[in-house]
Structure formats: C-alpha cells, structure tokens
Design a protein around this ligand. Structure first.
Ligand code: GLP
Length: 241
C-alpha cells in the first residue's frame, strides 16, 4: 500500500482530484467508485472547480456508490443518493442515469443487491474506488465480521456506526438500522483504490490497517492484498504510523 501524507487539506483535495481526473482522461468509458461521509467532500469540491475551469468533463463517466441506507427515500437529505446529487452530480456534466447508488428504498432488498452487482458486472469493473474508513475499520458499510468474499448485501449497522453517523440526523433513533453495501470482494475487484482518512479519530484505524493482520475482524485489512492501493492521510490520521 502506498501511503501519502498530505501537508494540508488543500493539497489532499488536489491529489485526490488529480487521481480521479487521471482515470477519466486515460479511459474511454471511465467507471468510478464513489463514497459518501464527510471525508470525500473536499475532493468533490475540487472536482466541481476543475469542471468549471474546463479541466475535465464527466459526460462519459459512470459512477457506482459504495452504499445506501435501507428505507430512506432517495429525496431524503440523509440518503446517499441525495448526498451525491447535492455534493457532486448536480454541479457537473455527468449524465444522472450513469450514476448508480444501491436502491435501499424498495420492498425487495435482496433483489436490489443482485441488480447492483449485475450493473457493475456490465461495466467490467471499476477503474478506481474511493474509500473512507470507519473508526471500526469498516469500508462502505462492511462492518467487522463481514466475509472477504462478500458481494453487495444488506447489513445491520453496528451501534458505533449508527452513533458516528447520528450527527447527520435529528436523533440517533432516526439513523437507519440497516444499509446496502458493496461487498468486500466487490470492492477488491476495483482496479485501483484510493482510501482517504482525515483527523485524529481515524488514527487508530489507520494504524491497524497498516500494522495489523489481515482479518475480517477489521474489514479494511482486506485491502492489504490488493495490488494498487493508495492511502491518502492527513497528519493527524497518520500520527500513529
Ligand atoms: C460511513 C460510510 C463510509 C464512510 C465512513 C466514514 O458510515 N458508509 O463509506 O467511509 O462512514 O465516514 P466519514 O468520512 O464521515 O468519517
């Protein structure tokens, strides 16, 4: 795993933005895996700015998001579909029907998972997957204990994950109990991975990822055998390395 420690938030956003633009410019039909949470927001802002300055066009880009809450309407401000439209898609020239987020708002979640896998398959894998990391080592919403062979599936969120994400909701009770997430094997099939972590809250998880063993108890550790992983860290997140 290649580790890059950014000296400033700006330089991290710039680096991440350039990774994405490289993929777009070197593929005829680029397929990006995107993430939500607070971590990638600065990167999305940098991409919007690059688009406005004519540095990049998204018209041939397809995107797949990692995860989505179960039973939130797509226009609920806490849904990841809403987040992606609001933070990125509404501000660039991407075709919205080329942007995929798992469908958590359906009566048949198992079918939604199969449909998502099939859609990814039709696009012949992702060129680059952007990841954040949960303090418990989750990637997407793959909580500790998730099989490394998992494909897109429904998962029950850990209390610690619901608490970490409660800051976006009116109360903890409003945080969904379940989500649909790409599986670990699905993520591992991406040709390259960019994992971004910021802040002291993530330093323990980053240390475990770098120094710990490869085990489903710490889902991000699956990445240790992926041939092309870049970890982009700020100084606080890298402080235990
Ligand atoms: C959320 C998301 C993850 C994200 C992580 C970290 O639960 N499902 O994809 O990477 O938690 O979030 P943040 O970037 O806000 O720290």
């Amino acid at each position: 795993m290649k580790i890059i420690v950014g000296k400033s938030e700006n330089s991290m956003n710039h680096y991440a933005k350039n990774c994405i633009i490289d993929v777009i410019k070197t593929n005829d039909q680029p397929v990006l895996g995107l993430a939500t949470g607070s971590t990638p927001v600065g990167m999305y802002q940098a991409l919007i700015q690059a688009y406005r300055q004519g540095e990049v066009s998204f018209k041939d880009v397809t995107t797949f998001n990692l995860d989505e809450y179960v039973n939130l309407a797509s226009d609920d401000p806490n849904s990841y579909r809403y987040f992606m439209n609001d933070q990125l898609f509404n501000h660039i020239d991407i075709q919205l029907d080329h942007t995929f987020v798992p469908n958590g708002n359906t009566t048949d979640h198992q079918q939604a998972c199969l449909d998502y896998e099939q859609e990814i398959d039709q696009h012949d894998h992702l060129d680059l997957q952007v990841l954040g990391i949960g303090t418990n080592g989750h990637i997407g919403f793959n909580e500790p204990g998730t099989s490394f062979e998992s494909r897109t599936h429904v998962i029950e969120l850990e209390p610690s994950t619901r608490e970490a994400n409660a800051r976006f909701f009116a109360s903890l009770d409003d945080v969904p109990t379940h989500a649909i997430t790409m599986g670990i094997e699905t993520i591992m099939e991406s040709k390259a991975i960019l994992l971004i972590a910021r802040g002291a809250d993530k330093k323990q998880a980053v240390k475990e990822l770098v120094d710990g063993k490869r085990s489903p108890d710490f889902p991000a550790s699956a990445l240790k055998t992926h041939p092309r992983v870049t970890m982009l860290l700020d100084e606080a997140a890298a402080s235990l390395l």
